[in-house]
Ligand binder design. Structure first.
Ligand code: AMP
Length: 285
């Protein structure tokens, strides 16, 4: 695997490969890699000649300084994991290399997607995400880029970024990878206390139970039921639960036929904020 920390070096290396008509698949990450990330890398390997992974903890997408300072950084282990799946190129720049002397996000208009859910609770988060992904796309110039549905709102926002800025890249959304007990894999899981780690699968279990009620109970009743489950829970604090239209991300009141819906949840397990989501369909039985 080739490892770069300089924008111009990785750009030059990849532009030669592009001139040879090689296709480039790209997986942007913040590191502390786990099998969820590696599933994106494997998909990219299957579909492209060259796979590039970036590891960069992007300061402008953090609204909480402590979350940024404590974000796990495990580059040596990340390199081992990427080598184990035969990743071709790792781009791991410093903050200065990306932002030079102005650590600031560009402002974006994502047609309102940025004001829902995470946008309500993490001020400026999606401007930071838009800034870094656009910058990385300009450096790597991938044909295809792979994102997890774990961050479903982010995925929809990247699709909007590409559409609005007419960027020449195809954005692919990949399934959520979970631990055996159902907890969505996340770099932040390593920061959970033993008690909170044991409690955290309750999030997935509650989503699954709520899904069973979809189409039987009305949306308000399901939301109230979820809130009640978390109120009773001694270790987990619900920040939001909402059932939304997959394309607009707007909370729904009623269920219409032929639309895709998804439930979104954010929960504090002690100091660690966990998010998850699940497609909701009307059950036939
Ligand atoms: P992150 O390093 O958390 O910024 O994530 C980098 C990419 O990996 C994003 O596209 C995430 O959505 C994706 N990802 C993170 N966790 C998972 C997971 N459990 N399953 C699938 N994709 C994931």
């Amino acid at each position: 695997m080739k490892i770069f920390d300089s924008k111009s070096d990785v750009e030059n290396y990849l532009s030669e490969l592009k001139n040879d008509n090689k296709t480039i698949g790209f997986v942007p990450t913040m590191g502390a890699l786990h099998p969820g990330h590696l599933s994106l890398v494997k998909r990219s390997k299957k579909k492209n000649d060259i796979t590039v992974v970036s590891v960069f903890v992007n300061p402008t997408q953090f609204d909480n300084k402590e979350d940024l300072d404590k974000y796990p950084q495990t580059l040596k282990n990340d390199i081992k994991l990427l080598e184990s799946v035969a990743c071709d190129v790792l781009f791991a720049p410093s903050v200065e290399e990306i932002y030079e002397d102005r650590i600031e996000a560009e402002k974006f208009d994502f047609d309102g997607l940025e004001f829902e859910m995470e946008g309500k609770f993490r001020d400026g988060h999606f401007d930071g995400v838009g800034t870094i992904v656009k910058t990385l796309f300009e450096i790597v110039k991938p044909n295809n880029a792979y994102f997890g549905k774990k961050d479903f709102q982010q995925l929809q926002i990247i699709k909007k970024l590409v559409e609005k800025h007419q960027l020449p890249v195809k954005v692919k959304g990949m399934p959520i990878f979970r631990e055996n007990d159902g907890l969505a894999m996340s770099s932040r899981n390593t920061r959970l206390t033993i008690e909170h780690r044991e409690a955290a699968p309750f999030i997935y279990k509650t989503l699954k139970k709520a899904k069973k009620k979809f189409g039987i109970k009305n949306v308000e009743e399901i939301e109230a039921w979820v809130m009640k489950q978390f109120k009773k829970h001694p270790l987990l604090d619900l920040e939001y639960f909402t059932i939304a239209d997959e394309s607009t991300l707007k909370t729904i009141k009623n269920i219409a036929p032929n639309k895709k819906y998804r439930a979104f949840i954010a929960v504090f397990a002690g100091e660690i904020r966990l998010i998850d989501n699940m497609q909701f369909k009307i059950q036939n039985n």
